[in-house]
Ligand binder design. Structure first.
Ligand code: ZN
Length: 449
């Protein structure tokens, strides 16, 4: 997966085609012509190239496809009609996301190699975009082998679907030390259940915020402070400015979700707005948003986790947590760029470049040698989000009516998967792993002892 070196001794092959338009390069939006090779990689970026078929998108902007490091497509699971790997990756394609990091808390959870391989088999031939599969390290006997097959590990500090038991404070340091020796990215759900309370009247997002308060995030980050320096640690869905500042100072990777950046516990009153960790106060949301706009928050991720409309229609206290988001993540924030609230380079770093690097992938930037996983976006094409026009089988969104800019075209390895806003029907998404991950064939002695 290592990028090819550009401009070596060999003359590069003629490009297969050229994508012409505008792109954000070297600090400004400028006209570009991107030469794309038969191998689906970017050969060169320049101007006035000739000799190959040319697709000129005019005033539209060419962007790298996004990477969403945090989705739940719930397959295998009890309710494949609400979401599965095929429907989830299709939404990703429409939303301009070329790679998803799929979480292991399915039913059954991905805790060993046979389950990981069974899940990988479900991806092949059904996925519109590439998929990186996380594993849960909850089975100590399976960790070493999983490190040779999985794309990352996900550690839950509070119980979740499929992962009912979590490492206690005495076990966590040893677990993190062992994972540091296994080289994979390690994402952590950082809420400390010791801070949770059970409110008497759990009627809406406001009470949910009190039940799983910001102090639960602070306590979990405190527990993670002892993580060894060699651990590829990434903290999922940070909800507070204090948490963001702390992780930034510590040099730890983390993400914020569109819902924590844009919605507060006041936005809605019903269970569609029930997520873990909860939506916070408007003041906290605004502070996190300012950290996102100034570049303090390194990554954007959706934590896409849909439930059926009927599951969300019932009593708030009983409703499951989670909302869909992979299709709207980038479009919502492109609209904030268009509105002048968010610098485009800040968004591209958080949604495209850093998450792809974090997962060890050669895309996320418009650069020679990178895969031509690209989007074409017309910033004039603003449209309100409408669940009826999205591709989520759950049929609802917490962002109904919000302004969004959906990509017009989406290319995977230089081949269109979305054109004129319509999916082209190629299901060639693959299971990918970080380029730095261990390979099964070359098994080094375990270094974690
Ligand atoms: Zn999640």
């Amino acid at each position: 997966m290592a990028p090819h070196r550009a401009g070596g001794a060999e003359r590069p092959d003629a490009p297969a085609w050229i994508l012409a338009g505008r792109a954000f390069l070297r600090g400004r939006l400028q006209p570009v012509e991107i030469a794309i090779g038969e191998d689906g990689r970017i050969q060169s970026i320049g101007r006035s190239r000739t000799g190959a078929p040319r697709h000129d998108v005019g005033e539209a902007v060419i962007l790298p496809a996004a990477t969403d490091v945090h989705v739940h497509f719930r397959e295998p699971g009890p309710d494949p009609r609400t979401e599965n790997l095929a429907t989830g990756t299709l939404q990703a394609a429409y939303g301009g996301v070329g790679l998803v990091g799929e979480m292991p808390n399915t039913e059954p959870p991905v805790t060993d190699v046979p389950r990981l391989e069974a899940k990988a088999a479900r991806v092949r031939g059904r996925a519109a975009v590439d998929v990186l599969l996380y594993a849960s390290p909850s089975d100590p006997t399976a960790r070493g082998r999983l490190a040779e097959r999985a794309g990352g590990f996900k550690v839950y500090l509070s119980p979740t679907t499929g992962i009912p038991s979590v490492p206690d404070p005495t076990e966590l340091p040893g677990l993190l030390r062992e994972l540091a020796g296994l080289d994979l990215p390690v994402a952590v759900h950082a809420e400390d259940p010791a801070e949770f309370t059970v409110p008497e009247h759990l009627v809406g997002p406001r009470e949910w915020d009190l039940a799983r308060p910001p102090s639960a995030e602070a306590a979990a980050l405190e527990r993670l402070a002892s993580a060894p320096a060699g651990l590829r640690l990434h903290v999922a869905h940070v909800t507070t400015a204090a948490g963001a500042d702390r992780l930034r100072r510590a040099g730890v990777s983390f993400e914020a979700t569109p819902h924590h950046l844009l919605l507060s516990e006041r936005t809605g009153t019903d269970a569609r707005f029930k997520v873990n960790p909860p939506l916070r106060s408007e003041q906290e949301r605004a502070a996190l948003w300012s950290r996102f706009c100034d570049g303090t928050v390194p990554l954007l991720a959706s934590d896409h986790a849909p439930h059926s409309a009927s599951a969300k229609d019932g009593e708030f206290a009983r409703a499951p947590s989670g909302m869909p988001g992979v299709e709207t993540m980038l479009p919502l924030l492109l609209a904030r760029v268009r509105a002048g609230d968010l610098p485009l380079p800040t968004l591209l770093a958080a949604a495209c470049d850093r998450p792809a690097r974090w997962l060890g992938q050669a895309h996320g930037r418009i650069a020679p040698g990178h895969r031509a996983n690209l989007l074409v976006v017309d910033f004039r094409a603003r449209t309100p989000v409408a669940a009826a026009r999205l591709h989520a089988p759950c049929g609802w969104t917490a962002f109904e009516g919000w302004e969004a800019i959906f990509p017009r075209e989406h290319y995977r390895d230089g081949r269109a998967i979305v054109r004129h806003g319509e999916f082209e029907g190629r299901l060639e998404g693959e299971v990918v792993r970080p380029e730095f991950a261990r390979r099964p064939e070359a098994r080094p002695p375990r270094s974690a002892e």
